[in-house]
Write a protein that binds this ligand. Structure first.
Ligand code: MG
Ligand code: MG
Length: 267
């Protein structure tokens, strides 16, 4: 069952989403050659707790850390550890905050130092996929419209769309209904209603879309060893259209301007 959120609940998620966004911004700035993913994780946990939130991921189904840190061919769910970031790496950081009982969930992929032109193109297209997906999340549209739009943009650029992992409803639980695939058919899936809060999170590959899970039971990598990227925002469907609840000060795509808060939610 899909649980729609009141304006008041959406506003709570937006306030928690600001914690998620601000901490993620700090991590993006800290992701440089020589830094370990464990150091970024410590920084994330401290940053979330200092702002009055709880790291949602820590302990979730036994996950040991506050962020997922996935490097290069790792798509998602990488466990932070002793890995030292190197010039040329792509680092995906996924982070969730629980604040006043509600979750917000966001992710970015950042270049560490100088990355190849082809890696930069993968990042650009994946971030565009997120923006296009958010734009499709309109009242009276269908969840399938989001996936269809994301898939078209990724595949028309020659990239792959991961099928095994999908976006999701967000609320008191990190993963609620509905599933929000990054592929599909227009007009399929649940109808999008006002008050729907979902995480849209394209996971896009440079090569084939197939993935495998590593022996640690968590880390998802591309089967062909090629690069992957992941961008995610928690958004709410409102009468004014989709609103991004995890908007950052840094590193957003210019198209984000159309989704900026217009002050329409209740205070
Ligand atoms: Mg996430
Ligand atoms: Mg998510």
């Amino acid at each position: 069952m899909i649980t729609l959120k009141s304006n008041r609940e959406i506003e709570t998620i937006r306030r928690g989403g600001k914690i998620t966004a601000d901490v993620l911004t700090e991590l993006m700035q800290a992701a440089r050659p020589g830094v370990t993913t464990r150091e970024l994780d410590s920084m994330a946990e401290h940053g979330i707790r200092q702002r009055g939130g709880v790291p949602t991921f820590k302990g979730y189904r036994g996950f040991p850390a506050s962020i997922c840190a996935s490097v290069n061919d790792e798509v998602v769910h990488g466990i932070p550890g002793s890995y030292v970031l190197r010039d040329g790496d792509l680092l995906s950081i996924d982070i969730g905050t629980t604040y006043e009982g509600f979750v917000s969930d966001s992710a970015v992929t950042v270049p560490v130092g100088d990355v190849s032109a082809s890696a930069r193109r993968l990042l650009a297209v994946t971030q565009e996929c997120l923006m296009i997906g958010v734009a499709a999340a309109k009242e009276n549209a269908y969840v399938g419209d989001i996936g269809a739009a994301v898939q078209e943009h990724a595949e028309s650029n020659g990239f792959g769309v991961v099928r095994e992992l999908v976006g999701h409803g967000v609320g008191r639980e990190m993963h609620e209904e509905p599933n929000v695939p990054n592929y599909g058919r227009r007009g399929s899936g649940a109808k999008i209603r006002r008050g729907l809060v979902i995480a849209i999170e394209p996971m896009i590959t440079q090569g084939a879309p197939g993935v495998v899970i590593q022996k640690d039971g968590w880390t998802v990598v591309t089967a062909d060893g090629k690069l992957a990227a992941h961008f995610e925002h928690t958004i709410a469907v409102t009468q004014e259209g989709p609103k991004i609840l995890t908007l950052r000060e840094l590193g957003e795509h210019p198209a984000v301007e159309q989704f900026r808060e217009a002050g329409a939610l209740s205070r």
